[in-house]
Design a protein around this ligand. Structure first.
Ligand SMILES: Nc1ncnc2c1ncn2[C@@H]1O[C@H](COP(=O)(O)OP(=O)(O)O)[C@@H](O)[C@H]1O
Ligand SMILES: [Mg+2]
Length: 232
């Protein structure tokens, strides 16, 4: 991809939810660009609209107005199927809950994005095993999610998010269910993995203690994004 094209570009995103007769305004004109290789965190209190914003960026929900471009191409305005194709091609995801598939083991979960995009099992397994080693779980390949600790499950989820070398990794409070020590090491690992996969990272969190490794920190408040002060 041309390095001067933002991997993600948003213009004036507005989003509200109708709740009975009320209109809850959540995003009131959010604009920002994310360049290839950028490591950006967005902080905001619970309820400030962080997950809403990430869902929109992933094409999982419709904007009221504004635009989102991924790799220079419009995402907003596409059909849900076309948005899913963009998501698969460009993005990896990490959620607060690991969202691993319970019936598959660690290696199968990690390899899932490659398998879904048509890679053969051998090729996927090779990359999956390398990543398992890199996240320190080389000896847990055949453990199901229920046979892993919380920190281990989230490390599997980190590996899964980068295996297809996506241009962009979106992370929604990825350490929200971890204790302090596991949270800090998961963020370190996340940054290391995204450097290795050449992915930009956009993480949203309410936790100001996790921001030191990011190049840029923005704050979401009252539906607006601004440069965060006094963090990092
Ligand atoms: N589907 C929905 N319908 C109505 N209100 C919603 C919906 N999803 C979220 N909200 C409201 O929007 C606000 C922002 O939610 P969210 O984006 O989940 O915040 P955050 O992730 O920052 O905690 C909250 O007040 C929440 O109650
Ligand atoms: Mg949230």
């Amino acid at each position: 991809m041309n390095n001067r094209v933002p991997i993600l570009s948003t213009q004036s995103i507005f989003k509200s939810y109708r709740q009975g007769t009320e209109n809850l305004k959540i995003l009131n004109g959010v604009s920002f660009d994310l360049m290839p290789g950028d490591r950006v965190a967005i902080v905001g209190r619970s309820g400030s609209g962080k997950s809403t914003l990430l869902h929109l960026l992933a094409g999982l929900d419709d904007l009221d107005s504004g635009s989102i471009k991924v790799g220079g191409m419009p995402l907003s305005g596409l059909s849900p199927d076309a948005r899913a194709a963009v998501r698969m091609r460009y993005m990896g995801f990490i959620y607060q809950q690991h969202h691993l598939l319970p019936e598959f083991d660690a290696l199968e979960n990690i390899c899932m994005p490659l398998r879904l995009s048509g890679s053969g099992k051998q090729e996927a397994d090779k990359l999956g095993k390398e990543l398992l080693e890199r996240v320190g779980l080389g000896d847990r390949a055949n453990h199901k999610p229920s046979e892993l600790s919380g920190g281990e499950r989230q490390r599997v989820a980190l590996a899964r998010a980068v295996i297809s070398k996506p241009d962009l990794v979106l992370a929604d409070e990825p350490t929200g269910n971890l204790d302090e020590e596991n949270a800090a090491s998961a963020i370190e690992l996340l940054l290391e993995l995204t450097i290795n996969s050449g992915s930009s990272i956009l993480m949203v969190t309410h936790d100001h203690s996790l921001l030191s490794g990011f190049d840029r920190v923005l704050e979401l408040s009252a539906g607006f994004l601004s440069e965060a002060s006094g963090v990092g």
